[in-house]
Design a protein around this ligand. Structure first.
Ligand code: SAH
Length: 225
């Protein structure tokens, strides 16, 4: 019995061990992520703290996982990919994130840019994300409970905007709140699968790049307790 208990304990620790995290990083490299700073931040961010304890053993798999309220923590590949796309134009000081969810993508972003402004429509998810970031001593994030369709106009413009839920069309408010040269990364489409878009605000308008097919939960309207 004793032995069995120890084994279980050990395997539990193994799931979140450094070696398990290294395997994830290796997999992300194989899938095409290439930014050393982004990979380093993913390596050192404890994703198991952003999911329920019962799912912690799966936290370093490259997969989305449920976080309650019909929402999911994004797949690590997607977190890395979207972060790379946002940062590819150079350093960013002000980033708006729509869809805080578990706060995992927020924590990754916050370690790579100066300030993150993060909007979430489900208050209980937002409260938990806030606690996690406090615990991890991530301090350069400001949270807002509200509807991300409207962005966060009072603090605009932003050099980068990342949306982690799929919209049928690009919300016009987000385009308006993008600074000149600013970059918006957003999944767009209304079915189960969407297209990941990068939109760059240039002197003569918005340039759209269509990147790859993705699967996100929908960007909904209004806010909820
Ligand atoms: N990046 C998050 C992903 C969470 S899933 C993570 O890795 O944990 C998408 C999130 O977007 C959900 O938390 C959902 O509640 C939120 N969301 C959906 N529509 C929204 C809206 N209109 N405004 C703000 N947040 C929204």
């Amino acid at each position: 019995m004793r032995r069995r208990h120890d084994d279980l304990l050990h395997s539990g620790i193994g799931m979140t061990s450094q070696r398990t995290r290294e395997r994830l990083i290796q997999r992300l490299c194989e899938e095409g992520l290439s930014s050393a700073p982004v990979l380093e931040v993913i390596r050192r961010t404890p994703r198991h703290l952003f999911v329920d304890e019962a799912l912690a053993h799966r936290a370093y798999e490259d997969t989305a996982l449920p976080i309650g309220h019909n929402q999911t923590i994004s797949q690590p590949y997607m977190v890395g990919r979207m972060t790379e796309l946002l940062l590819a134009g150079g350093p960013l000081d002000k980033v708006l994130e729509i869809g805080t969810g578990s706060g995992y993508q927020t924590a990754v972003l916050a370690q790579l840019v100066e300030r993150v402004f993060s909007v979430e429509r489900i208050q209980t998810l937002q409260e938990r994300a806030k606690e996690r970031l406090l615990e991890l001593k991530v301090r350069n994030v400001v949270f807002r409970w509200g509807d991300g369709w409207e962005g966060w106009p009072a603090l605009a413009p932003y050099n980068g905007i990342m949306v982690t839920a799929a919209a049928p069309d690009v919300p016009p408010a987000l385009l308006e709140q993008l600074a000149p040269g600013g970059r918006l990364v957003i999944p767009v489409g209304s079915g189960d699968e969407q297209q990941l878009l990068l939109i760059v605000r240039e002197a003569d308008g918005f340039r759209r790049h269509v990147l790859e097919t993705v699967r996100f939960v929908p960007l909904l309207q209004g806010s909820l307790f």
